[in-house]
Design a protein around this ligand. Structure first.
Ligand SMILES: C[S@@+](CC[C@H](N)C(=O)[O-])C[C@H]1O[C@@H](n2cnc3c(N)ncnc32)[C@H](O)[C@@H]1O
Length: 436
């Protein structure tokens, strides 16, 4: 059914949209493991839903509406007994584990539980659910091969490395924990990574009245965790004390056969790729980071001491790093940091420089907009130059991706990151050129 209201967009656009919609295929999943999972949920008292599992073109496995869904309807209710949390596992394992000085975080404990249940195979009491979980996480940059990893934007590499460090820390903690329990661990790094990534990609945030650390307020909610993300899904997710269920309400309607989405948060593609292993075309939260380019600016005559003093000032005033561009938008942080950076003959011991620093501080408080016209001109010159150097890097990365032998899907994700960065960089370069 299409709305009778005429769109203000042209006929060609509407036809293209229609064709686009028609071309997308959806295949309802009828595998035995899915039937077993549904039956297990029913036996255990899981409320009925109007969602079923399906394979969607370009997106993969997700949930499809089996009837029209109105705005304001609860699309899924997960009873408390199905929620896998730090508390539910502590209760479950009470009596089985000896007292141990190592306190596991929710992420560490749930990951350990999932892999332990996985290893039990059909003996596991939650086998029908475990059997539905992804078998691998090859789409996550953490698992990319070296060649593809090297082709990621710098800021993404930094985030992947910090994710890797977090995983290594959690794995070491788990090994110490198991040793303290006299458990001869047969859980390898690869095994634990599977459990850890299941939690990372599938958990929800669960508000509790307990004094848990915020990062421990997470839960795995079976069935709900088959809902995919889109930035324009409008939902509310919360624990309902009356029904004792975690409920998701949608504020937009769906037609029977549509994919039903939730919203994981206002995330850009860099974040989504690192944390979840996918990207969304035309994601409005996308940005380009120029942190590396900023630090690598070469200014003739700038001494190492002057450079360091400028960076110290930025740090002191909370303006160090996080320099971003969006479509036709330059962040205030970047403009501010550049204004300081391009100051020539910088020496904090002189009254001239102190005067300039004062004017620079005034641009932060909004007392003035610029330091002076010469500084402003130079600032835009270097802004254009770092944008052009970022553009060159993006084009080179795209060229390298073309000849790379990396698997199709992950490399197409990396390609999209670069293509979208190029669009943003062009839009900003245009603004700078037009203003000259
Ligand atoms: C909570 S799970 C959602 C269910 C998942 N698709 C499945 O089949 O188990 C999150 C994972 O789903 C995938 N995903 C979620 N939203 C997506 C989207 N818009 N496009 C592509 N993949 C998506 C990613 O692999 C992500 O790590």
């Amino acid at each position: 059914m299409f709305s009778k209201r005429k769109s203000r967009l042209g006929r060609t656009f509407r036809l293209r949209q229609l064709k686009h919609k028609q071309q997308k295929t959806v295949t309802i999943i009828k595998e035995d493991k899915w039937t077993n999972f549904r039956e297990w949920l029913k036996r255990e008292g899981f409320p009925k839903t109007s969602l079923t599992l399906a394979e969607f073109q370009d997106i993969g496995r997700g949930m499809m509406a089996t009837r029209d869904i109105k705005a304001g309807e609860v699309i899924i209710s997960v009873p408390k007994k199905f929620l896998i949390t730090h508390i539910s596992l502590t209760n479950l394992l009470r009596g089985q584990l000896s007292r141990c000085p190592i306190k596991l975080s929710a992420h560490q404990l749930i990951a350990l539980y999932l892999i332990s249940e996985y290893k039990k195979g059909i003996q596991s009491s939650i086998y029908p659910y475990i059997n539905m979980l992804p078998k691998d996480f090859d789409n996550l940059p953490l698992n990319y091969n070296k060649e593809l990893f090297n082709l990621l934007p710098h800021n993404v590499k930094v985030d992947v490395e910090s994710q890797r460090a977090k995983f290594e820390h959690d794995f070491a903690t788990i090994n110490n924990f198991l040793k303290s329990q006299d458990i001869q661990s047969k859980i390898t790094r690869k095994d634990y990574l599977w459990g850890w990534l299941c939690v990372n990609t599938r958990c929800i945030y669960l508000e509790t009245n307990n004094s848990d650390d915020v990062k421990d307020r997470i839960a795995i909610a079976p069935l709900l965790d088959f809902l995919n993300h889109t930035y324009d899904a409008k939902i509310k997710g919360e624990f309902n004390n009356m029904t004792q269920c975690y409920e998701i309400t949608t504020f937009i309607p769906y037609k029977r056969g549509d994919q039903v989405f939730i919203n994981y948060g206002p995330h850009d593609n860099f974040f989504i790729l690192v944390e979840y292993g996918f990207v969304i075309p035309n994601n409005p939260y996308n940005y380009v980071s120029l942190d590396k380019e900023y630090l690598e600016i070469f200014l003739p005559g700038e001494t190492e001491l002057a450079r360091q003093e400028k960076l110290d000032l930025l740090l002191h005033h909370g303006f160090y790093g996080d320099y971003s561009l969006r479509i036709s938008e330059i962040s205030f942080r970047l403009l501010t940091a550049l204004r300081l950076r391009v100051v020539q003959q910088f020496d904090v011991l002189t009254t001239e420089t102190q005067g300039i620093i004062l004017k620079w501080k005034n641009t932060i408080t909004g007392l003035t907009e610029i330091i002076n016209s010469q500084n402003e001109k130079l600032m835009y010159f270097y802004l254009q130059s770092i944008c052009e150097s970022a553009l060159l890097k993006a084009e080179q990365a795209l060229g390298a991706l073309k000849v790379s032998k990396a698997t199709h899907l992950p490399s197409s994700h990396v390609k999209l990151l670069w293509l979208e960065s190029i669009v943003i960089l062009h839009s900003v370069i245009k603004i700078i050129r037009d203003s000259q």
